[in-house]
Design a protein around this ligand. Sequence first.
Ligand code: KIV
Length: 257
Amino acid sequence: MQPKDALSQAECRALKSRGVPIAVLTAYDYPGARLLEEAGVDWILVGDSLGMVVLGYPDTTSVTLDDMVHHTAAAARGLKRTPLIADLPIGTYETPEATVENAKELLSAGAHAVKLEGGTSHSPQISALSRAGIPVMGHIGMLPQSVKKEGGYKLKGKTSPEGDALVADALAVEAAGAFAIVVELVHPDTAKRIRDAIGIPTIGIGSGSECDGQVLVTHDLTGAFPWFRPKFVTPMASVGDTARLAAESWVKSVKDQ
Ligand code: KIV
């Protein structure tokens, strides 16, 4: 199957109904993407978390479309078969027309699909992408591009009305044609409600285990960004410490000559 075809709504509904868990990680460059493909990751996301873990910004709100195109092209060069999804960065999906135009740039760089943040409010953009034949992944719950407005990364769906609104968002995103939805920092009970309410997979991050798949920022998983780690992540390696030690040893060997 072609990577793009794996990201059709029909294919993803079938995955969900067979109960196949989906493992998604982020990559921002050639070695990162190639290593994840070799590890058997199902889908790779060029997330706008790029802004923090690669470009050194405090959040995702400075990431531009040019940044995303540059890094998507690098990640795409590392892949042979894995579906590649790229984030539409802030300010690039204000209208349905702009959304399609900007998504096409990410596809030209090698992405097979795009992701955007927002629920009911962004149905027109998701519908426009679907009509243009561009696979799209939704993203609801905590929306990192709204972190300044929100005043931090806060758990969503803690109350019943908040949960109802998130379920309505998920239904709207599905009806507009998305093939899957990232559910970020949502109370686990609400994440389960969302998963049970829709026919496309939910891909959780910081939302408990009752999701159809999970996504993490690879730098959090591998310890490659040791200066900050979200509470819900247990790193499985210490890549940052290993790299620092290697550099220290090499510096010492040069100085000792
Ligand atoms: O930008 C990103 O990496 C993301 C994931 C954390 C879902 O949106």
